[in-house]
Design a protein around this ligand. Structure first.
Ligand code: HPA
Length: 253
């Protein structure tokens, strides 16, 4: 059974290299996930892939059913999740095409279904979120990048904004004052929900543009130019990370 899942986002709506054995359309108490879970083998390792924005990349960040997505992975026996996120760079050390393994986040999203702890029957959980990303997953992703000879930023704070519009320059200045290094639209509530269900969750963030007001170029042109290189790096890191993540899952069981 596959214990490691990859949630792919913009730029990685599919996982070339994954030999799909089974497409599972799931239902959950929260509705249907964005897409069928693709179960198969990649680099000799059993893995699951979920396209966060759905087949054909149709679902915008604020309309993703994060609860159904994370619930479906848990139901499928997944223990470890690597979330792939395209981000805008706020910090100077994250030029377009570069990859980071964030260690913390700030949630600026609103009006998303962000918890399983609601409704009269639900168990109320105040999950610890001091470290929103699993340190085990972070470590393995960083080791994997070293093995793949890909430079990664080993930390960084991710701002998660509501979208789907990009930010204003003043909003980015505020995020910078808050201590954010990068900005994306899908990191929350995904990470919080994974914590509520006890999944080990880490993120590979790919810088695809300078955030608003940081660079001088056209943001969409930057995204177009850098996204493929960034995602190639992500796939190379995953190739090295998956065996270690899988072995870690087996040790814990
Ligand atoms: N802002 C928010 N989300 C993003 C960006 C950005 O600049 N680039 C890619 N995802």
């Amino acid at each position: 059974m596959a214990s490691v899942a990859v949630i792919g986002g913009t730029g990685m709506n599919q996982w070339p290299g994954l030999v799909v054995h089974k497409q599972v359309r799931m239902d959950t108490p929260y509705g249907a996930p964005s897409a069928p879970l693709l179960q198969g083998k990649v680099y000799g390792i059993e893995a699951v892939f979920l396209a966060r924005h759905g087949e054909g990349h149709r679902i915008p960040p604020h309309a993703i059913n994060y609860r159904a997505n994370v619930w479906a992975l848990k139901q499928a026996g997944v223990r470890t999740v690597v979330a792939i996120a395209a981000v805008g760079a706020i910090a100077p050390w994250l030029p377009p095409g570069a990859v980071a393994v964030p260690e913390d986040l700030i949630d600026y999203t609103w009006n998303r279904q962000h918890t399983y702890s609601d409704g009269a029957d639900a168990e109320l959980q105040h999950v610890a979120f001091t470290e929103p990303y699993s340190e085990r997953v972070r470590r393995e992703l960083i080791h994997a990048a070293l093995a793949a000879r890909i430079d990664v930023a080993e930390s960084g704070v991710m701002a998660v904004t509501q979208g789907p519009r990009l930010e204003s320059a003043a909003e980015i200045r505020r995020l910078k004052r808050d201590g954010c290094d990068m900005v994306g639209m899908t990191g929350m509530p995904e990470a919080g929900l994974a914590r509520e269900l006890g999944l080990d969750y880490g993120c590979l963030a790919v810088s695809v543009n300078w955030a608003a007001g940081i660079g001088r170029g056209d943001i969409h042109a930057e995204i177009h130019e850098s996204i493929d290189t960034g995602m190639e790096r992500v796939r190379a890191i995953l190739q090295h990370a998956l065996p270690a993540l899988r072995a870690g899952d087996e040790e814990m069981s």
